[in-house]
Design a protein around this ligand. Structure first.
Ligand code: GAF
Length: 377
């Protein structure tokens, strides 16, 4: 983002620019609020924030997207509910930092980015983390990366009101070029797993279905609540602690709870199996696990959609080794692992399948792991 837009908005130069990427989750879906494992990568779609310190305690927030209305908030009275819409992610991050004891100064903020909204690629976490980086710099404060990620999650949970887990904020802050991030969401111990698809001649294609999220918040919260209810019935701190799936199934009468538990327990194992295959150098071998994850999310967790199923099925028919929805579901994006030489024919086949099903044309991008958040320029 050029500083011209900042000068046009605020009549002065910014003090700092910060970037933070969106993410694709390779596998480990709806496990992060069950103390489980996730395996995302940061992608080259980013939120950018330019910022300049003010002498007062006001945050002025402007978006480079002309359609977004600017917002102004007083840091002294900032509280959940004070502001709605996209600017709540910005103000909420300032609020979370303040709550942690950071002396956040007033600031002029210009936000921009190319993470598509509502595509399941984590545009909100990218925005929160970029804002956090810029405000921490203005405040002269330095926090551990994990704390930044947790405060960004707190902004989303407690200020915006979305009960998300911690995967997206960790991917945005801890991503590393050429690597996946294996995160144990209980210990919050990150491990970077090499993921160099180019030398394998492979591509991870993202299929953005462009289907709007439907009922996401309510359904997401309902899934979380089911997992919490099931762990109480099973007498475990979280579904991460289910030692034997068969025993757990026999302890639950409710068919829906059984299905939710089955997804989480098998998905955690699939993450570990994928990591083992990658570490053994068998990248193509992860394909069936990706597809099994999709089937589990579709049938047991019930978070897929017509568009996501068409994306996955058509990608598999076009020769992908594996394909699955990625992110929270109910619309958004799917991923497909394919020979690089076949990416164009896969795109053509997926486009045709969408047209045949009467769906809007999807968009595509290649998921190449990039570094997590950092200073711009
Ligand atoms: C959304 C949430 F924000 C994440 O925390 C995670 O739960 C994901 O859905 C599902 O794996 O992206």
């Amino acid at each position: 983002m050029s500083t011209d837009a900042f000068v046009a908005a605020f009549g002065r130069e910014p003090d700092i620019g910060w970037r933070s990427p969106g993410r694709v989750n390779l596998i480990g879906e709806h496990t992060d609020y069950n103390d489980g494992f996730v395996l995302p990568l940061a992608i080259p779609r980013e939120a950018h924030v330019l910022a300049a310190r003010r002498a007062d305690r006001v945050l002025r927030i402007v978006s480079a997207r002309a359609t977004d209305v600017a917002a102004e908030v007083d840091l002294g009275t900032l509280a959940p509910g004070a502001i709605d819409g996209w600017a709540a992610y910005v103000a909420g991050t300032a609020w979370a930092l303040q709550g942690h004891g950071v002396d956040v100064p007033g600031a002029d903020l210009l936000v921009d980015g190319d993470v598509p909204r509502g595509a399941g690629l984590s545009s909100s976490a990218a925005l929160e983390c970029a804002v956090a980086g810029a405000l921490l710099h203005l405040a002269g404060a330095d926090l551990p990366l994990a704390t930044v990620a947790l405060l960004a999650q707190k902004a989303e949970n407690d200020f915006v009101g979305v009960p998300c887990g911690v995967m997206d904020q960790f991917a945005s802050t801890h991503g590393r070029a050429g690597h996946l991030l294996l995160l144990d969401t209980r210990s919050l111990e990150p491990r970077h797993i090499p993921f160099d698809l180019a030398t394998e001649g492979l591509t991870l294609v993202v299929i953005d279905t462009r289907a709007p999220h439907r009922l996401v918040d309510g359904e997401y919260a309902a899934r979380r609540a089911s997992c919490e209810q099931a762990s109480v019935l099973l007498g475990v701190p979280s579904l991460r602690d289910v030692a034997d799936l068969g025993t757990a199934m026999s302890m639950l009468d409710d068919h829906v709870l059984q299905s939710r538990v089955r997804h989480v327990v098998t998905e955690n194992q699939r993450v570990l199996d994928v990591v083992a295959l990658l570490e053994a150098g068998d990248v193509r071998g992860i394909g069936p696990l990706l597809t099994a994850s999709h089937v589990s999310l579709r049938d047991d967790y019930e978070v897929s959609s017509v568009e996501l199923d068409v994306a996955v099925d058509s990608a598999l028919r076009a020769g992908a080794y594996g394909a699955r929805m990625t992110g929270g579901g109910f619309g958004g994006s799917a991923i497909a692992l394919v020979e690089t030489a076949q990416t164009e024919s896969l795109r053509v086949a997926v486009r045709a399948a969408f047209a045949d099903a009467g769906l809007d044309e999807p968009a595509f991008l290649d998921a190449v792991p990039v570094d997590g958040y950092g200073r711009l320029g």
